[in-house]
Design a protein around this ligand. Sequence first.
Ligand code: NDP
Length: 281
Amino acid sequence: MPIDAKTTTYAVLGNPVSHSLSPFLHNSMFQKFGLNAVYLAYEVEKNSLGLAFEAIRALDIKGVNLTIPFKEDAMNFIDEIPEDLDRCVGALNTIVNRKGILYGYNTDCSGFLIALKEELNFYPEGKKTLVLGAGGAARAVCFSLAHAHADKILILNRTQERAIGLVEYMEGFFPETEIEIVDQIEGLKSEKIDLVVNATSAGMLDKDPLPLDLKHLSGKPAVYDLIYAPRVTQFLKQAAELGMAHANGLGMLANQAALAFELWTGRKDAREPMLELVKKC
Ligand code: NDP
């Protein structure tokens, strides 16, 4: 469908953003379903998110995704958060512009749980989990695990104050889930952990350190790395070497994207084609 004066605009805002597969996924779906729409990627200065939101309103951009580092800040600029879980998470990845009112959603939560089930056959209920990171994506991961009745959630982050903030915030919502900070990596050997999730951005660049040396763990937990560019991070290489079941973030990406696409267009049938597309990436 050619771009013309009636073309509807969608976008992802991030910094960096050039790694994002979202433009490819959503533009492919617009084409597949014959929708007159286009999806663009904008690298937004870290302190200019407010300006970007003014542009969304002024230019009537119909839908927006948020990626690093804007998921938490976006809470300050939207009008409504319709879903209870998304309101609790305190981080958004999808905006829907309905007649000038901006609604915020977090499709990362469901996208993550679906990917765990589909790719690792992992169900969090009653399980002990370790989440690396305390940013926007880690929030969605921790809330999803608690919501799905994980028995225990350990959180390890480079900046401990941020992890403390996340634990304190979560405890208010899930008093029955054990949520703790890891302050002694060596102590991890005494925990029988079933799942490790890398929700840091460490691994996106070759020079990045491992978010955790998996040799600090006993047993063979399943390992999920939210990063999908590169497809195989050093962290996933180590998981493979240690014989741990593992998956990268492509499944979550496809599922959260399909859920966002449904919010924007009402179409429920984008999930399978999105999964097919990410497999070819
Ligand atoms: P944020 O910027 O909100 O958070 C980044 C996190 O990574 C923080 O916990 C930060 O720690 C940590 N971190 C950054 N660099 C390092 C490093 N060198 N060593 C250790 N920790 C580090 O980003 P998001 O939470 O939005 O995204 C995190 C990752 O998840 C990104 O790679 C993103 O692409 C991916 N993602 C994938 C999705 C998918 O669908 N597959 C969906 C959402 C995100 P500190 O607090 O100390 O700064």
